[in-house]
Design a protein. Structure first.
Length: 108
């Protein structure tokens, strides 16, 4: 699955796109990630990750309608593709598999 690899930040962005589903656009992804992570992020980093994952086929995008409150610009919405969901599922299984290998000892 080398061609379908995800970095940690990409994985978080992809997870948030999946969670927001049809309402996922740059700023909504940024704000929700900042809330979950309790830290400030850069919108440019989010856009770069979105572009990279769209190029890999993990996401697809569409433009919303033109609105006056955005100065006539349209929002670009993202949704996870079947391949993107497959990659997320594989990441989930990998992380859980490794987590289950932690010995049942006290870390107290």
């Amino acid at each position: 699955m080398k061609d379908h690899s995800l970095g940690e930040f990409e994985e978080l962005v992809l997870l948030m796109v999946a969670a927001l589903h049809d309402e996922a656009y740059g700023v909504s992804i940024l704000e929700n990630l900042e809330e979950e992570l309790d830290k400030k992020l850069n919108i440019s980093a989010v856009h770069v990750a979105l572009k990279r994952m769209e190029d890999k086929g993990f996401l697809k995008s569409r433009f919303g309608g033109i609105t006056e409150d955005r100065g006539g610009r349209r929002k670009k919405y993202y949704v996870v593709t079947a391949l993107g969901k497959k990659v997320l599922d594989a990441q989930y299984e990998l992380r859980n598999s490794i987590y289950r290998r932690i010995p049942k000892i006290s870390f107290g």
